[in-house]
Design a protein around this ligand. Structure first.
Ligand code: F6P
Length: 342
Protein backbone atom coordinates (compact mmCIF):
# COMPACT_ATOMS: atom_id res chain seq x y z
CA UNK A 1 0.00 0.00 0.00
CA UNK A 2 1.09 3.61 -0.58
CA UNK A 3 0.37 5.76 2.43
CA UNK A 4 0.33 9.57 2.62
CA UNK A 5 1.15 11.30 5.92
CA UNK A 6 0.52 14.92 6.91
CA UNK A 7 0.76 17.02 10.08
CA UNK A 8 -1.63 20.00 10.35
CA UNK A 9 -2.46 22.84 12.72
CA UNK A 10 -0.16 24.14 15.47
CA UNK A 11 2.84 21.88 15.87
CA UNK A 12 3.55 20.06 19.12
CA UNK A 13 6.27 17.84 20.57
CA UNK A 14 5.77 14.21 19.54
CA UNK A 15 4.74 14.68 15.89
CA UNK A 16 8.02 13.21 14.68
CA UNK A 17 7.62 10.24 17.02
CA UNK A 18 4.29 9.41 15.34
CA UNK A 19 5.77 9.75 11.85
CA UNK A 20 8.69 7.50 12.79
CA UNK A 21 6.46 4.79 14.27
CA UNK A 22 4.07 4.82 11.30
CA UNK A 23 6.94 4.50 8.81
CA UNK A 24 8.96 1.94 10.79
CA UNK A 25 6.02 -0.41 11.28
CA UNK A 26 4.53 0.29 7.87
CA UNK A 27 7.73 -0.57 6.00
CA UNK A 28 8.96 -3.39 8.24
CA UNK A 29 5.70 -5.23 8.94
CA UNK A 30 3.35 -4.37 6.08
CA UNK A 31 5.63 -3.49 3.15
CA UNK A 32 4.07 -0.02 2.75
CA UNK A 33 5.65 2.86 0.87
CA UNK A 34 5.14 6.43 2.05
CA UNK A 35 4.64 9.93 0.70
CA UNK A 36 5.05 12.82 3.11
CA UNK A 37 2.78 15.79 2.38
CA UNK A 38 4.27 19.16 3.32
CA UNK A 39 2.62 21.71 5.61
CA UNK A 40 -0.69 20.11 6.54
CA UNK A 41 -3.54 20.26 4.04
CA UNK A 42 -1.48 22.61 1.85
CA UNK A 43 0.55 19.52 0.82
CA UNK A 44 -2.19 17.57 -0.96
CA UNK A 45 -3.83 20.82 -2.14
CA UNK A 46 -0.69 21.97 -3.94
CA UNK A 47 0.86 18.54 -4.44
CA UNK A 48 3.85 19.39 -2.26
CA UNK A 49 5.58 16.28 -1.01
CA UNK A 50 8.74 15.08 0.71
CA UNK A 51 10.31 11.61 0.47
CA UNK A 52 9.37 9.53 3.48
CA UNK A 53 11.06 6.23 4.24
CA UNK A 54 13.25 4.64 6.91
CA UNK A 55 16.26 6.97 6.23
CA UNK A 56 14.03 10.05 6.63
CA UNK A 57 12.82 8.99 10.09
CA UNK A 58 16.19 8.04 11.56
CA UNK A 59 17.01 10.05 14.68
CA UNK A 60 13.77 12.06 14.76
CA UNK A 61 12.17 10.45 17.86
CA UNK A 62 13.42 13.10 20.33
CA UNK A 63 13.12 16.03 17.94
CA UNK A 64 10.40 18.64 18.45
CA UNK A 65 8.40 20.12 15.58
CA UNK A 66 7.58 18.08 12.50
CA UNK A 67 9.82 17.01 9.63
CA UNK A 68 6.78 17.40 7.36
CA UNK A 69 6.09 21.02 8.28
CA UNK A 70 2.66 22.22 9.34
CA UNK A 71 0.13 24.94 8.55
CA UNK A 72 -3.41 25.95 9.42
CA UNK A 73 -4.53 25.70 5.77
CA UNK A 74 -8.23 24.91 5.52
CA UNK A 75 -9.02 23.16 2.22
CA UNK A 76 -12.71 23.96 2.67
CA UNK A 77 -11.84 27.64 2.20
CA UNK A 78 -9.88 26.99 -0.99
CA UNK A 79 -11.42 27.01 -4.42
CA UNK A 80 -12.04 23.41 -5.46
CA UNK A 81 -10.12 22.34 -2.36
CA UNK A 82 -11.61 18.87 -2.01
CA UNK A 83 -11.35 18.05 -5.70
CA UNK A 84 -7.69 19.16 -5.72
CA UNK A 85 -6.92 16.88 -2.78
CA UNK A 86 -8.68 13.99 -4.53
CA UNK A 87 -6.69 14.65 -7.71
CA UNK A 88 -3.37 14.64 -5.87
CA UNK A 89 -4.17 11.42 -4.05
CA UNK A 90 -5.30 9.75 -7.28
CA UNK A 91 -2.25 10.93 -9.25
CA UNK A 92 0.11 9.70 -6.55
CA UNK A 93 -1.84 6.45 -6.12
CA UNK A 94 -2.28 7.02 -2.39
CA UNK A 95 -4.32 4.22 -0.78
CA UNK A 96 -4.60 5.83 2.67
CA UNK A 97 -3.91 9.18 4.28
CA UNK A 98 -2.75 9.44 7.90
CA UNK A 99 -3.66 12.89 9.20
CA UNK A 100 -2.02 13.97 12.44
CA UNK A 101 -3.77 17.00 13.86
CA UNK A 102 -6.09 18.67 16.30
CA UNK A 103 -9.73 19.66 16.14
CA UNK A 104 -9.47 21.56 12.83
CA UNK A 105 -7.23 19.20 10.84
CA UNK A 106 -9.14 16.14 12.02
CA UNK A 107 -12.49 17.87 11.42
CA UNK A 108 -11.51 18.17 7.75
CA UNK A 109 -10.31 14.53 7.72
CA UNK A 110 -13.68 13.42 9.15
CA UNK A 111 -15.56 15.25 6.43
CA UNK A 112 -13.28 13.96 3.66
CA UNK A 113 -13.65 10.40 4.92
CA UNK A 114 -17.38 10.41 5.60
CA UNK A 115 -18.67 12.53 2.74
CA UNK A 116 -16.07 12.08 0.00
CA UNK A 117 -14.80 8.56 0.59
CA UNK A 118 -11.18 9.66 1.11
CA UNK A 119 -9.43 6.92 3.14
CA UNK A 120 -8.30 8.92 6.18
CA UNK A 121 -7.01 7.72 9.55
CA UNK A 122 -6.62 10.34 12.30
CA UNK A 123 -4.04 10.75 15.06
CA UNK A 124 -4.92 13.27 17.80
CA UNK A 125 -2.32 15.90 18.72
CA UNK A 126 -2.49 19.22 20.52
CA UNK A 127 -0.81 20.69 23.54
CA UNK A 128 -4.29 21.91 24.60
CA UNK A 129 -5.50 18.32 25.30
CA UNK A 130 -9.01 19.39 24.28
CA UNK A 131 -9.95 16.58 21.89
CA UNK A 132 -12.78 14.41 23.11
CA UNK A 133 -12.66 10.63 22.73
CA UNK A 134 -9.04 10.41 23.91
CA UNK A 135 -7.88 10.62 27.51
CA UNK A 136 -4.76 12.52 26.42
CA UNK A 137 -3.31 14.02 23.27
CA UNK A 138 0.47 13.97 22.89
CA UNK A 139 2.21 17.32 23.30
CA UNK A 140 0.17 18.13 26.39
CA UNK A 141 2.49 16.47 28.89
CA UNK A 142 5.53 18.29 27.50
CA UNK A 143 3.70 21.63 27.63
CA UNK A 144 2.65 21.01 31.23
CA UNK A 145 6.24 20.15 32.21
CA UNK A 146 7.56 23.32 30.58
CA UNK A 147 4.89 25.48 32.27
CA UNK A 148 5.50 23.81 35.64
CA UNK A 149 9.22 24.44 35.44
CA UNK A 150 8.52 28.09 34.61
CA UNK A 151 6.16 28.41 37.60
CA UNK A 152 8.78 26.86 39.91
CA UNK A 153 11.28 29.47 38.74
CA UNK A 154 8.82 32.33 39.06
CA UNK A 155 8.08 31.46 42.72
CA UNK A 156 11.61 32.36 43.80
CA UNK A 157 11.80 35.68 41.99
CA UNK A 158 8.25 36.61 43.07
CA UNK A 159 9.21 36.02 46.70
CA UNK A 160 12.47 37.98 46.46
CA UNK A 161 10.56 41.05 45.33
CA UNK A 162 7.22 40.33 47.01
CA UNK A 163 5.46 40.81 43.69
CA UNK A 164 2.54 39.14 41.98
CA UNK A 165 3.66 37.09 39.01
CA UNK A 166 1.04 36.28 36.39
CA UNK A 167 1.86 33.39 34.05
CA UNK A 168 -0.12 33.18 30.83
CA UNK A 169 -0.19 29.69 29.34
CA UNK A 170 -1.79 28.35 26.15
CA UNK A 171 -5.31 26.95 26.13
CA UNK A 172 -7.74 28.43 23.67
CA UNK A 173 -11.02 26.85 24.78
CA UNK A 174 -9.82 24.52 27.51
CA UNK A 175 -7.82 25.15 30.66
CA UNK A 176 -6.03 21.80 30.88
CA UNK A 177 -2.50 23.24 30.72
CA UNK A 178 -3.34 25.94 33.27
CA UNK A 179 -5.00 23.48 35.64
CA UNK A 180 -2.32 20.78 35.49
CA UNK A 181 0.70 23.12 35.60
CA UNK A 182 -0.98 25.36 38.17
CA UNK A 183 -1.58 22.40 40.50
CA UNK A 184 1.86 20.93 39.88
CA UNK A 185 3.57 24.29 40.35
CA UNK A 186 1.64 25.35 43.46
CA UNK A 187 -0.09 28.38 41.90
CA UNK A 188 -2.28 30.51 44.17
CA UNK A 189 -4.83 31.34 41.49
CA UNK A 190 -5.68 29.34 38.34
CA UNK A 191 -7.97 30.86 35.72
CA UNK A 192 -9.39 28.81 32.85
CA UNK A 193 -11.61 29.55 29.82
CA UNK A 194 -14.41 27.30 31.08
CA UNK A 195 -15.00 29.39 34.25
CA UNK A 196 -15.32 33.16 33.74
CA UNK A 197 -13.49 34.79 36.66
CA UNK A 198 -14.40 37.58 39.04
CA UNK A 199 -11.56 40.09 39.16
CA UNK A 200 -12.54 41.16 42.70
CA UNK A 201 -12.21 37.55 43.83
CA UNK A 202 -8.81 37.24 42.13
CA UNK A 203 -7.64 40.39 43.95
CA UNK A 204 -8.96 39.04 47.26
CA UNK A 205 -6.92 35.84 46.76
CA UNK A 206 -3.84 37.89 45.91
CA UNK A 207 -4.23 40.05 49.01
CA UNK A 208 -4.74 37.07 51.30
CA UNK A 209 -1.62 35.43 49.89
CA UNK A 210 0.48 38.48 50.79
CA UNK A 211 -0.98 38.41 54.33
CA UNK A 212 0.56 34.96 54.73
CA UNK A 213 3.93 36.50 53.67
CA UNK A 214 4.06 34.74 50.34
CA UNK A 215 4.09 36.26 46.87
CA UNK A 216 1.25 34.95 44.72
CA UNK A 217 1.56 33.20 41.38
CA UNK A 218 -1.48 33.55 39.13
CA UNK A 219 -1.71 31.04 36.25
CA UNK A 220 -4.09 32.11 33.51
CA UNK A 221 -5.04 30.31 30.30
CA UNK A 222 -4.91 32.56 27.24
CA UNK A 223 -8.64 31.94 26.62
CA UNK A 224 -9.80 32.88 30.16
CA UNK A 225 -12.40 35.67 30.32
CA UNK A 226 -13.47 38.03 33.09
CA UNK A 227 -17.12 37.75 34.21
CA UNK A 228 -19.12 40.55 32.53
CA UNK A 229 -16.26 41.05 30.09
CA UNK A 230 -14.95 39.88 26.76
CA UNK A 231 -11.90 37.95 25.66
CA UNK A 232 -8.90 40.27 26.10
CA UNK A 233 -7.00 40.33 22.79
CA UNK A 234 -3.95 42.12 21.48
CA UNK A 235 -4.72 41.18 17.90
CA UNK A 236 -8.04 40.74 16.05
CA UNK A 237 -6.73 38.76 13.05
CA UNK A 238 -8.31 35.38 12.22
CA UNK A 239 -6.69 32.19 10.93
CA UNK A 240 -8.26 30.19 8.10
CA UNK A 241 -10.38 28.19 10.54
CA UNK A 242 -11.78 31.48 11.92
CA UNK A 243 -9.86 31.50 15.23
CA UNK A 244 -8.58 34.78 16.66
CA UNK A 245 -4.96 34.98 17.76
CA UNK A 246 -5.04 34.87 21.55
CA UNK A 247 -2.81 36.46 24.23
CA UNK A 248 -3.31 39.62 26.22
CA UNK A 249 -5.21 38.39 29.28
CA UNK A 250 -1.98 38.03 31.33
CA UNK A 251 -1.00 41.68 30.87
CA UNK A 252 -4.56 42.85 31.50
CA UNK A 253 -4.69 40.87 34.75
CA UNK A 254 -1.37 42.22 36.04
CA UNK A 255 -2.52 45.79 35.42
CA UNK A 256 -5.86 45.21 37.14
CA UNK A 257 -4.21 43.50 40.12
CA UNK A 258 -1.69 46.33 40.53
CA UNK A 259 -4.39 48.99 40.29
CA UNK A 260 -6.82 47.26 42.64
CA UNK A 261 -4.46 45.81 45.30
CA UNK A 262 -1.51 48.22 45.20
CA UNK A 263 0.89 45.28 44.87
CA UNK A 264 3.42 45.33 42.08
CA UNK A 265 2.65 42.75 39.37
CA UNK A 266 4.48 41.38 36.33
CA UNK A 267 3.45 39.04 33.52
CA UNK A 268 5.26 36.17 31.82
CA UNK A 269 3.69 34.89 28.59
CA UNK A 270 5.04 31.40 27.91
CA UNK A 271 3.67 31.26 24.36
CA UNK A 272 5.33 28.96 21.86
CA UNK A 273 8.02 27.83 24.31
CA UNK A 274 5.31 25.38 25.42
CA UNK A 275 5.17 23.89 21.93
CA UNK A 276 8.84 23.74 21.08
CA UNK A 277 11.69 21.38 21.87
CA UNK A 278 12.02 17.75 22.70
CA UNK A 279 8.95 15.75 23.79
CA UNK A 280 8.69 14.32 27.31
CA UNK A 281 9.05 10.56 27.77
CA UNK A 282 5.26 10.24 28.17
CA UNK A 283 4.62 12.10 24.90
CA UNK A 284 7.17 9.98 23.05
CA UNK A 285 5.49 6.84 24.42
CA UNK A 286 1.99 8.02 23.53
CA UNK A 287 2.91 9.39 20.10
CA UNK A 288 4.79 6.19 19.22
CA UNK A 289 1.87 4.00 20.24
CA UNK A 290 -0.58 6.18 18.31
CA UNK A 291 1.64 5.79 15.23
CA UNK A 292 1.84 1.99 15.60
CA UNK A 293 -1.95 1.72 15.88
CA UNK A 294 -2.63 4.21 13.07
CA UNK A 295 -0.71 2.07 10.57
CA UNK A 296 -2.66 -0.95 11.84
CA UNK A 297 -5.88 0.91 10.93
CA UNK A 298 -4.46 1.42 7.44
CA UNK A 299 -3.58 -2.28 7.13
CA UNK A 300 -7.15 -3.16 8.21
CA UNK A 301 -8.60 -0.52 5.84
CA UNK A 302 -10.42 0.86 8.84
CA UNK A 303 -10.87 4.39 7.48
CA UNK A 304 -12.76 7.31 9.00
CA UNK A 305 -11.31 6.33 12.36
CA UNK A 306 -9.01 8.01 14.88
CA UNK A 307 -6.71 6.28 17.35
CA UNK A 308 -7.32 7.30 20.96
CA UNK A 309 -6.00 6.59 24.46
CA UNK A 310 -8.43 5.00 26.94
CA UNK A 311 -6.72 4.24 30.21
CA UNK A 312 -3.57 2.56 28.98
CA UNK A 313 -5.14 1.06 25.85
CA UNK A 314 -5.13 2.49 22.36
CA UNK A 315 -8.58 2.16 20.81
CA UNK A 316 -10.22 3.22 17.53
CA UNK A 317 -13.06 5.75 17.47
CA UNK A 318 -14.98 7.31 14.56
CA UNK A 319 -13.21 10.49 13.43
CA UNK A 320 -16.55 12.31 13.32
CA UNK A 321 -17.33 11.49 16.96
CA UNK A 322 -13.85 12.50 18.06
CA UNK A 323 -14.16 15.97 16.54
CA UNK A 324 -17.81 16.65 17.31
CA UNK A 325 -17.17 18.46 20.59
CA UNK A 326 -14.25 19.74 22.61
CA UNK A 327 -13.11 18.16 25.86
CA UNK A 328 -13.20 20.92 28.45
CA UNK A 329 -12.35 20.98 32.16
CA UNK A 330 -15.12 19.64 34.34
CA UNK A 331 -16.28 22.22 36.95
CA UNK A 332 -15.77 19.66 39.77
CA UNK A 333 -12.18 19.13 38.73
CA UNK A 334 -11.56 22.86 38.74
CA UNK A 335 -13.18 23.22 42.16
CA UNK A 336 -10.78 20.62 43.57
CA UNK A 337 -7.92 23.05 42.91
CA UNK A 338 -9.75 25.84 44.80
CA UNK A 339 -8.30 24.62 48.13
CA UNK A 340 -5.02 26.22 47.09
CA UNK A 341 -6.39 29.56 45.95
CA UNK A 342 -5.57 32.61 48.04
O1 F6P B 1 -3.21 24.60 18.69
C1 F6P B 1 -2.92 24.86 20.00
C2 F6P B 1 -2.42 26.24 20.24
O2 F6P B 1 -1.14 26.09 20.79
C3 F6P B 1 -3.33 27.08 21.12
O3 F6P B 1 -3.20 26.81 22.47
C4 F6P B 1 -2.95 28.48 20.73
O4 F6P B 1 -4.00 29.38 20.94
C5 F6P B 1 -2.64 28.36 19.28
O5 F6P B 1 -2.25 27.03 19.06
C6 F6P B 1 -1.58 29.30 18.79
O6 F6P B 1 -1.50 29.17 17.42
P1 F6P B 1 -0.40 29.81 16.47
O7 F6P B 1 0.86 29.06 16.67
O8 F6P B 1 -0.95 29.65 15.12
O9 F6P B 1 -0.25 31.24 16.90
Amino acid sequence: MRVGVLTGGGDCPGLNAVIRAVVRKGVQEYGCTFTGFRDGWRGPLQDRTVPLGIPAVRGILPRGGTVLGSSRTNPLNEEDGIRRIQDTLRRREIDALITIGGEDTLGVAALLADEHGIPCVGVPKTIDNDLSATDYTFGFDTAVNIATEAIDRLHTTAESHMRVLVVEVMGRHAGWIALHSGLAGGANVILIPEQPFDIDQVCAWVTSRFKASYAPIVVVAEGAVPKDGDLVLKDQSLDSFGHVRLSGIGEWLAKQIEKRTGHEARTTVLGHIQRGGTPSAFDRWLATRFGLHAIDCVRDRDFGTMVALRGTNIVRVPLAAATARLKTVDPALYQEAGVFFG
